[in-house]
Design a protein around this ligand. Structure first.
Ligand code: COA
Length: 431
């Protein structure tokens, strides 16, 4: 059968497609902005037909209606990264969280999380009968490879990207054609605190470095201060609109990269239509699975790799919590540790943990002890640079006393007296 005949004979309506999901199935949803919103909506409309369907998703950017309290008999959510629409379900016990490194998720589909159904979104087939996974290859590709049933929303709005996310139509079981704009992530608001943090981080970045940038205001603020740099490169879990200006200005060239020179290497993309237009059929942008992009040994093959991530709290020893407030799971480990370790093993590499010194001026994020129940995301042995709006400190290789002194020096001035008192009581020596 030629590919077109295969494609035509596997077309279905949304209702027909979701009728093939069975009670007790584990359903993996395509990641982040690649979520096939139309099929997910149809699945939620069909909720009464299911009992105990497990939804596995990482950064959920859609409505997350399967997490609503009245959906509890039909769906339970197993989050591999808790976000705005899944936080409440996890906190209330209707959902759960699986701790893991992002780089390990594809492997988990062959161990603790075998996939029954993958719900994904793709481009229409090209002339050779291949579709592109567009803005998410990460774990989405492995979910497709390992699922018993693969249902794809075919959407003309999905950008066609290169790398390892181009698959033959025969890898899919059901196609549902539905055009709709992709989920978008608006550029964050950058305030004075983020600008100051961005400027401090930028001072640690040299011409020719390869960057990993997390999500949010701080990474975007860093980019504002890189306009005078030369030949920067990107090997990152993801990037967003913030990178475009530097790419268009010729600051990011990827020319000096020691792995995949000339290419932006990522595993997923989140941004506005501007970003999606930039990556569409752009041979300079390549998406590979997350067990490759986020593998610390692969990351380390980039010399001068600088990773920039954010966190919730740092204690006196340099233990970094990035995903809980006390015992409450508010996000996930994601790719943070993958990149911290990759940067540490990279020749000339550095990792930066950047955060405002306080939560809205009221709570210090630099603390003697992490809150009771908090998760340690990046260990004290892995942490390298820490940045707040008050400066940059280096912790790797420093003693406990020196780490605490360094951190107090970049804490908010209002909190320094109480931090110094805690230092003197704990370490039995003068600050
Ligand atoms: N005590 C109490 N509350 C705190 C807090 C603290 N020390 N630190 C943060 N919070 C609260 C904030 O007030 C905010 O609450 P709100 O949503 O009610 O306003 C919430 O936690 C999120 O904090 P915020 O600073 O707005 O988050 P952010 O969008 O800048 O993201 C992380 C920060 C740490 C959550 C995010 O970077 C993350 O998830 N990191 C781990 C994964 C990762 O690094 N991936 C990297 C590759 S992309």
């Amino acid at each position: 059968m030629d590919w077109n005949a295969y494609y035509q004979s596997h077309l279905a309506t949304g209702e027909e497609a979701v009728a093939r999901i069975k009670s007790g199935d584990r359903v993996v949803i395509g990641h982040a902005c690649a979520e096939p919103s139309f099929i997910v909506e149809k699945m939620v409309e069909n909720a009464k037909a299911y009992e105990n369907v497990e939804i596995v998703h990482m950064v959920a950017m859609g409505k997350g209606a399967y997490c609503e309290p009245d959906m509890a008999p039909h769906f339970r959510h197993n989050s591999i990264f808790v976000g705005a629409c899944t936080r409440e379900a996890v906190a209330d016990g209707r959902g759960n969280y699986t701790p893991c490194f992002f780089s390990e998720v594809p492997q988990m589909f062959h161990t603790t999380l075998p996939v029954d159904v993958a719900l994904v979104q793709v481009t229409p087939p090209d002339a050779e009968g291949n579709v592109s996974l567009g803005v998410s290859v990460d774990y989405t590709r492995e979910a497709i490879e390992s699922a018993k049933l693969v249902i794809a929303q075919v959407n003309h709005h999905m950008p066609y990207t290169y790398g390892e996310g181009v698959l033959p139509v025969t890898d899919f079981d059901v196609f549902v054609e539905h055009d709709a704009p992709l989920i978008q992530l608006s550029p964050p608001k950058i305030g004075d605190v983020e600008r100051a943090i961005g400027e401090h981080c930028a001072a640690l970045i040299k011409d020719g470095d390869t960057l990993q940038l997390g999500i949010g205001a701080i990474p975007d603020a860093v980019l504002l201060f890189l306009k005078d740099k030369k030949d920067l490169g990107i090997h990152s879990e993801m990037f967003s609109d913030g990178v475009l200006e530097l790419a268009n200005a010729g600051v990011i060239t990827n020319r000096k990269k020691t792995l995949h020179p000339g290419k932006f290497v990522v595993t997923f993309l989140m941004g506005t239509q501007r970003l999606y237009d930039f990556v569409n059929k752009n041979e300079d942008v390549v998406l590979y699975p997350v067990d490759y992009v986020n593998n610390p040994y692969v990351i380390a093959q980039n010399d001068n790799l600088v990773s920039i991530n954010s966190c919730v709290q740092v204690d006196f020893m340099g233990q970094v919590c990035s995903e809980t407030i006390g015992p409450k799971q508010i996000s996930g480990t994601g790719g943070q540790v993958d990149f911290v370790r990759g940067a540490s093993a990279s020749k000339g590499g550095r990792s930066i943990m950047a955060m405002p010194s306080t939560v809205k001026g009221k709570i210090s994020k630099i603390v003697p002890l992490l809150d009771e129940g908090a998760a340690v995301t990046t260990s004290r042995n892995d942490v390298d640079y820490v940045v707040t709006e008050y400066g940059v400190v280096h912790l790797k290789g420093e003693t406990l006393h020196q780490r605490a002194k360094n951190l107090i020096a970049i804490a908010h001035p209002d909190f320094r007296p109480e931090l110094i008192a805690a230092f003197e009581e704990r370490f039995k020596c003068k600050y």
